[in-house]
Design a protein around this ligand. Structure first.
Ligand SMILES: *Cc1c(COP(=O)(O)O)cnc(C)c1O
Length: 494
């Protein structure tokens, strides 16, 4: 085998000139502060020109470039084309808007670059503390286990995996699935799709997720749930788990968690709560009473990059049965054996509670942000968003040409422009076009959904930068586009 000579023996990936590197880093910090402090004046979103798009097709860069050049390229090709969720007028899907301390935490997490698979080092303690704080916030016992994960999807996957293994009633980890032992999980028709994906990945099949109809407020119909579970038991199936949702993605509806907890207790079912949207609203004095019962869940998925505004990715899963949690994931081969002294000492190995062995230091941004702002301020931000949703609803209901389409859940309002003389199809077309034009103009970014065949402009206000007047402007912009489009309706509908 031919060996290639190393160009310079002591070459590393560190800067050759630390002063230059320092200067560039200072420049980046200055630019970041300018970026965030003037974000309101920037367009939320803009399309990428073709040259920019083409630049992402370039082949592997074999030769080195200067860090300054690479940074300039970032400024030119990436920075001007954001998704928009940092902007005060972004209310699409359900996303947080980031915090500065969160970003700086991520920066230091990458500089320190520890591996949170486990071990005897401070970063590991930081994650343990963050999990402990979240238990306290969720009113979970200290004996519960917990793990930071990438997002709500992973948090639900972990919770449902433990539910499956604990409730299988036999050693599923060892035996795999047994024939004629069909395990079933129940949730409302409004359940988030990631739960279905999770059950499919777990090998349980799409058919293992039974979707129960909702009431008019989009919460799960508990009578229907009870009847279905009884029928399934009578047919020889094995109901194992009910997923309650605290804040559905369409309308922010919160299932009746206490009644679900009672029912699961009586029926010996695992009670999992998908709290991707609403769980962290335990921090808000006005929302907390509506979440009553969440503390009775066997497991809960909490997103932190949504309403806690942590930079992506950040979520947490809590599991009451810490032993069941560990038994589901722990596997310690020789090369991962623990020690009684040194770096591998201690019993704190997060890799025993999830699929990932190597894990990033995502706890730092949460730790820094929680300390800097305090949970009361985070709670106030949540309360503010709920109040803004109600304010927007007031404006909608005062307007003859606007129509609210679902009850407000948490911070989510679904409505449409409706001048009163258009068919359902025309209304759907015009509202979709309004939403798209708002986005394309870079003015605001509401989301959308469809409820009972009706296209809704869906405003999900998980945004600590939004102001009252932003919602007044939103309605004015919608009206303006709507009035213009009305004349063009026959063309649009084709
Ligand atoms: C967003 C969301 C999820 C998925 O969470 P990710 O963080 O996007 O993975 C799950 N459930 C609900 C209710 C959600 O809103």
């Amino acid at each position: 085998m031919k060996t290639t000579p190393t160009p310079t023996t002591n070459q590393t990936l560190d800067p050759t000139n630390w002063d230059e590197a320092r200067q560039l880093m200072h420049q980046m910090i200055d630019d970041a502060v300018d970026y965030l402090s003037t974000i309101r004046e920037k367009p939320i979103w803009q399309p990428m020109p073709e040259e920019v798009q083409a630049s992402f097709e370039e082949p592997v860069p074999r030769e080195a470039s200067s860090a300054q050049e690479v940074y300039s390229e970032f400024q030119e090709k990436v920075l001007p084309y954001p998704m928009g969720n940092v902007h005060p007028k972004f209310w699409a899907w359900y996303m947080g808007s980031g915090t500065l301390s969160g970003a700086l935490g991520d920066f230091w997490a990458s500089i320190m670059n520890p591996n949170l698979g486990g071990g005897n080092h401070a970063a590991n303690k930081v994650e343990a503390q963050v999990v402990k704080l979240l238990k306290e916030i969720m009113q979970f016992p200290t004996s519960a286990s917990g793990l930071l994960v990438s997002g709500g999807s992973m948090a639900n996957l972990v919770g449902l995996t433990v539910a499956r293994n604990v409730k299988a009633g036999y050693n599923l980890r060892q035996e795999g699935f047994q024939p004629n032992h069909k395990m079933i999980v129940y949730a409302s028709t409004e359940v988030h799709s990631c739960n279905q994906k999770a059950l499919e990945l777990l090998g349980m099949g799409t058919s293992s997720l039974v979707k129960i109809p909702v009431n008019s407020d989009y919460t799960i119909n508990i009578n229907a749930l009870q009847q279905r579970i009884k029928a399934d038991r009578d047919s020889g199936f094995h109901p194992i788990c009910v997923i309650g949702t605290s804040g559905t993605v369409n309308t922010g509806a919160i299932d009746d968690l206490n009644t679900l907890a009672d029912f699961c207790e009586a029926e010996n079912l695992w009670f999992h709560v998908d709290g991707a949207i609403g769980a962290i609203a335990m921090l808000s004095d006005i929302v907390r009473p509506h979440l009553s019962g969440i503390e009775r869940a066997d497991s809960v998925a909490i997103d932190l990059h949504k309403w806690l505004h942590m930079p992506f990715e950040a979520a947490c899963v809590l599991v009451k049965d810490g032993k069941g949690h560990k038994n589901t994931f722990s596997l310690i081969p020789e090369y991962l054996a623990k020690n009684t002294r040194g770096i591998a000492a201690g019993d704190l190995w997060f890799s025993e509670y999830g699929l990932q062995l190597s894990r990033r230091f995502r706890a730092l941004k949460i730790w820094m942000s929680l300390k800097e702002h305090g949970t009361e301020r985070f709670g106030d931000m949540i309360t503010k968003n709920v109040n803004q949703a109600h304010y927007l609803a007031e404006l909608v209901n005062e307007s003859a040409d606007m129509e609210q389409l679902a009850p407000i859940g948490l911070d989510i309002l679904c409505f449409r422009y409706n001048p009163g003389d258009l068919s359902l199809e025309e209304l759907n077309t015009i509202n979709k076009e309004i939403k798209t034009q708002l986005e394309e103009s870079g003015k605001s970014a509401p989301g959308y959904t469809t409820l009972d065949g009706r296209y809704c402009i869906r405003v999900a206000i998980a945004n600590h930068r939004s102001r009252k007047e932003d919602f007044e402007e939103l309605l004015n912009d919608i009206r303006q586009i709507g009035v213009t489009l009305r004349g063009a309706i026959p063309v649009l509908s084709q």
